[in-house]
Write a protein that binds this ligand. Structure first.
Ligand code: ADP
Ligand code: MG
Length: 704
């Protein structure tokens, strides 16, 4: 890549975006497509044919040879199948490049190899991918050449969602409908659409590829399963926002360029808290686009790292004892004419609407805290949440002093009644202090923090899709908006009812507000007293998906059916059990083939030394003896911990259902893994470094 980059020139150059469509599509077709994108109107096959043809021509100019329906099944990664544009050879032996509207709109990958969580037992194996025309197609360049990627949703033959995107799109419709209803009640007649906007900050680690290759745990599981802390960790706080090393800078430069070409607005980059940890944040976008772009960004982060002789690690907790990685999901609701519903605004009237929406969200989060927690559940995240480095496993909302004060006044002084006696909204509002954006300090320990004009959900794991949490956020917000609109539509006195609702919600759901230190152990106690759910493990969180409360919520908005929720819970249990199974087997493999042989070699060296030195004469060999004894004792512990773990791993398949397997893994296998790790890490501190079979933490994080 060249030294000088014209960002404006390259930005979005590989994207079939609005300006490309406008330039290349016949006017009538362009208009019809815009209608579909903006208003959800159905696209005719004839129109799709024209779009497909133009898309293909454009993609070929960009170097594409293949097209691919690109989707996000429930495996946690994206999926794609590539088809060349070529058609059957003609009589003269040549081929034409073709791409029809049907091929653009619909794909039919065999669904049977993707997780369906039992849905397939009752339904057909066939699956469909359908074009999500609201997220632009793009040409991706890599070793495979150019591929036209078409963002799609993935459903079963009978329409059950088998992916992350389908429910996300459904939830966007739900919150759009209900938020618009509410806005209309407040006299807004101009906005046509409310879209959840999201900016997802992405954390990651970079380590040297040669060293990575020597760590089977990183290769198989994405995290280290053994490893003693180096003498220096992150305690000096010298990495956060520190000068970025040249090797990493060169990497970031290429990451940015690749992102920009694909229209991903890579914006902010910096070093994170742990050594070798970094962050990249884009500018916020409509949530389905943000979700797609986050997947693209993760792929770019990984691909470019390989080119630079490094590995990008997206696991939530690659190194015990160092900060893990997350993804901050900044969420707001924005109208098509640019109004952010979470903006406190400048005048009292806006304040009142804002306060209503704010209290709606408090209620939504309080009532569905378990679901929100579940949406961030991931095997790797279990090691991060509640570890004094990431939000605790208890959901609470940070509002900042000023807003909390406003709420407290509302609750205690009952301004709502007074406002009615005066001239409309004004008297009521005068009693509210004016509040400004950024008037309060930040709180980094809160899982769900109001940050001026958006909420920042900080629980999501670094390698997870952002779809799940946004499905929950959109739907729970829609539910409360619906309830409020129902009440307001019936209310005789609109203003009074608004005030009553604000006061009622603020009072009832005040317990979810917490402005203190979320890392403090006292908070867990306090949260328990308040009756807030504390779900430390993914396995504890999964049942939230299928409670009657949750089924009712999702079914009433058509976001998930009961069957879909049950299938998702089953998939989650399976994912958990499988991941732990792989981790346990990897530990056994490393211990058997690398650690134990290395320690035996070391003890042999010690024993030889003792004999050799003794042979020379009456010389003190107590140091060698001492080391030999310690090492041998630990070796024995390793061996017995390993046989215990092996036995448990053998028992995993005997647990008949997913939930049982997951629980067995959490309760039995995970503690046995920890029991094996302890003596191995102690040995690492004793054994000659030259003989230790893999790079240490220090080698991995300080020598990038
Ligand atoms: P932090 O201090 O947490 O790093 P930033 O101010 O850098 O926060 O913003 C983080 C993310 O929030 C960015 O992706 C940004 O685009 C996004 N963001 C800013 N405003 C909004 C908004 N109104 N809605 C959604 N996301 C937003
Ligand atoms: Mg942040």
């Amino acid at each position: 890549m060249s030294e000088y980059v014209d960002v404006v020139e390259i930005f979005g150059c590989d994207v079939f975006n609005d300006s490309v469509m406008q330039a290349r599509l016949p006017k009538k077709i362009y208009k019809e497509l815009k209608k579909t994108i903006e208003e959800g109107k159905e696209l005719s096959l004839e129109t799709a044919d024209v779009i497909a043809h133009e898309m293909k021509e454009w993609a070929i100019e960009k170097g594409a040879t293949h097209y691919s329906h690109w989707f996000q099944p429930l495996t946690g990664v994206t999926a794609e199948k590539h088809d060349a544009f070529i058609s059957a050879p003609m009589d003269n032996g040549k081929v034409l490049m073709s791409f029809s509207g049907k091929e653009l709109i619909k794909g039919e990958p065999d669904a049977s190899s993707f997780p369906s969580g039992g849905l397939r037992a009752t339904f057909e194996a066939r699956g469909y991918t359908t074009w999500d025309c609201t997220s632009p197609a793009f040409v991706r360049h890599d070793a495979a050449g150019g591929t036209l990627c078409i963002p799609t949703a993935f459903c079963s033959y009978t329409g059950e969602a088998l992916d992350q995107k389908t429910p996300l799109l459904r939830s966007m419709e739900a919150v759009n409908r209900e938020a618009l209803r509410l806005l209309r009640l407040f006299g807004n007649t101009t906005s046509k659409k409310v879209t959840p906007s999201v900016g997802a900050e992405q954390e990651y680690f970079l380590i040297d590829r040669e060293k990575w290759l020597q760590r089977k745990d990183l290769i198989y599981t994405g995290r280290t399963l053994f490893g003693a802390m180096p003498p220096k960790g992150q305690e000096m706080d010298d990495h956060y926002f520190g000068t970025i090393r040249q090797r990493v800078s060169a990497y970031m430069k290429e990451v940015n360029e690749e992102c920009w070409r694909l229209g991903v607005t890579a914006k902010t980059q910096h070093n994170e808290v742990a050594p070798a940890q970094h962050e990249l944040a884009p500018i916020f976008a409509p949530v389905n686009i943000a979700a797609d772009q986050n997947q693209m960004m993760m792929r770019i982060l990984k691909k470019v790292a390989t080119r630079h002789g490094m590995r990008c690690i997206l696991h939530e907790k690659p190194f015990a004892g160092l900060n893990g990685s997350g993804k901050h999901n900044n969420w707001s609701l924005t109208t098509d004419d640019g109004i952010n519903l979470l903006d406190p605004g400048k005048n009292p009237h806006e304040n009142i609407q804002f306060l209503l929406i704010l209290t709606c969200i408090l209620k939504a989060v309080d009532e569905h805290a378990d679901l929100l927690r579940e949406s961030a559940a991931d095997v790797g995240n279990d090691q991060r949440l509640g570890g004094q480095e990431a939000p605790p496993a208890v959901i609470s909302v940070f509002l900042g002093e000023q807003l909390e004060d406003v709420l407290e006044q509302l609750i205690s002084t009952g301004t709502a009644t007074r406002s009615i006696e005066g001239s409309k909204l004004e008297t009521g509002v005068k009693t509210l202090p004016d509040f400004m954006k950024d008037a309060t300090d930040r709180n980094r320990t809160s899982p769900f923090a109001f940050t001026g004009n958006k909420f920042e959900f900080r629980m999501v794991g670094s390698k997870d899709s952002i779809s799940a949490c946004n499905v929950v956020l959109n739907t729970i917000a829609a539910e409360v908006f619906r309830e409020v609109s129902d009440r307001l539509e019936k209310a005789e006195d609109f203003d009074l009812e608004v005030h009553n609702i604000i006061k009622e919600f603020a009072t009832k759901h005040q317990r979810i507000v917490f402005n203190g230190n979320g890392y403090a152990p006292e908070w867990e106690e306090e949260a328990r007293r308040r009756g807030l759910p504390n779900l430390p493990s993914m396995v504890d969180a999964i049942p939230a998906l299928t409670t009657e409360k949750s089924v009712k919520l999702f079914e009433s908005f058509g976001v998930f059916t009961r069957a879909e929720l049950e299938s998702r819970a089953e998939i989650q249990y399976e994912i958990y059990a499988k991941a732990i199974n792989i981790e346990a087997k990897t530990m056994i493999d490393i211990a058997t083939k690398q650690i134990i042989p290395a320690v035996i070699r070391y003890t042999t060296v010690l024993a030889d030394s003792i004999n050799t030195v003794k042979a020379v004469g009456e010389i003190d060999v107590s140091v060698q003896m001492d080391l030999l004894k310690k090492t041998s004792k630990l070796l024995k512990q390793v061996n017995s911990a390993m046989s215990k773990l092996s036995k448990l791993v053998d028992q995993i398949p005997q647990q008949e259902e997913g939930r049982k397997r997951a629980r067995f893994c959490r309760d039995k296998v995970v503690p046995a893994m920890e029991a094996l790790r302890t003596p191995v890490d102690e040995l690492e501190m004793l054994v000659d470094k030259e003989m230790w079979p893999m790079p240490s933490y220090g080698d991995l994080i300080f020598e990038v």
